[in-house]
Design a protein around this ligand. Sequence first.
Ligand code: NIG
Ligand code: FE
Length: 412
Amino acid sequence: MFDTLWKNLHIATMLPAAGQDTGYGIINNAAVGIKDGRIAWIGAAQELALPHENLAEYVLDGEGKWVTPGLIDCHTHLAYAGSRAQEFEQRLEGVSYEDIARAGGGIASTVRSVRETSEDKIFDQTLFRLLTLFRQGVTSFEIKSGYGLDLESERKLLRVATRLRDDYGFRLQRTFLGAHALPSEYKDRADDYIDLICETMLPTLAAEGLVDTVDAFCEHIAFSAGQVQRVFDKARALNLPVKLHAEQLSNLHGARLAAQYQALSADHLEYLDEDGIKAMKDSGTVAVLLPGAFYFLREKQLPPVDLLRRHGVPMAIATDHNPGTSPCLSLLLMLNMACTLFRLTPEEALAGATRNAARALGWQDNLGTLEIGKAADFVLWDISHPRDLCYVFGHNPAIGVVKDGEWHGFAG
Ligand code: NIG
Ligand code: FE
């Protein structure tokens, strides 16, 4: 006996066909039985005993709509204050992203806004962003800190994420990104700031239960591989998984370093080389591609998608929502850009926001595909094939989501 039986659906389970690592996993004329928030049965409706009314407390008619797993945005900086629209204008006048950062703008300007803004205000702004994504079928998120850069302000951002999880029920992973940029008070003292992270910020925030994973920005405008390694050593000592912003603007061999620490993911990766790819393959590290930042910075260097594919490194797609390089509130748009800009197939792009995004968060046992035992977490779409999610852009065909078995309709 199910709690709920959904019938009259077409389902893209995103489960790869046997022996393959691609495929939409389509089941036409399908049904899903839900028990205690989990998938208790999924398959072709004709395989179910009749009458369906005897199988569940509630039988719901999907009216022939399409279902995919709930989308997962596995790389975001959704908690922050302030806007960087002015820098967008500056860049249109010819100033580069790096020049703006070196002149005290960029990440540092968002840090100033975060330090000046109350937790409650940041909470409200972050809630708005999360809800915008949720209404497009995003049921799971990652949120990084990294715009506070001192103990108190990083705590503020991680508390916002924690409250959104605990008080509003958003499923989200909280990532400590203290090593995002050098705060101005540590100018020319990067190693001292890394000391502060390793000796005070990370252990304190972890002890307060505010940290699920640890990230860093390995780049010539941020931190060296050696400095990142110190942060990763501390994370390892605290039993926290790591991930890394790597090879975004140059190749500092961050992906290889991340792989040495069995990182969940290495992200951006425009300048990734084959050595890094092989290391990621060996460690099971997911390649998170971020077409929003590539597009918004008008990058020319494409991530090595063909090589990633050839080596069988799983690719995920995320918004990288942040005020500087990707002020984007549509994961669906990112799927389209992953296809048009990075040449992923629609099937790869959709897997990138479901199956592989779940892996990038270490949540693959519970999410990312629709199969018995996993969370009853899926989106109902008004589309005629799952590829439409990547094809149409600037449109939101989500009708509603089932999250942990519960229906949230978006009508009206
Ligand atoms: O993921 N790459 C580093 N961090 C952000 C950008 C941060 C900013 O400019 O505010 C990113 O793209
Ligand atoms: Fe990022």
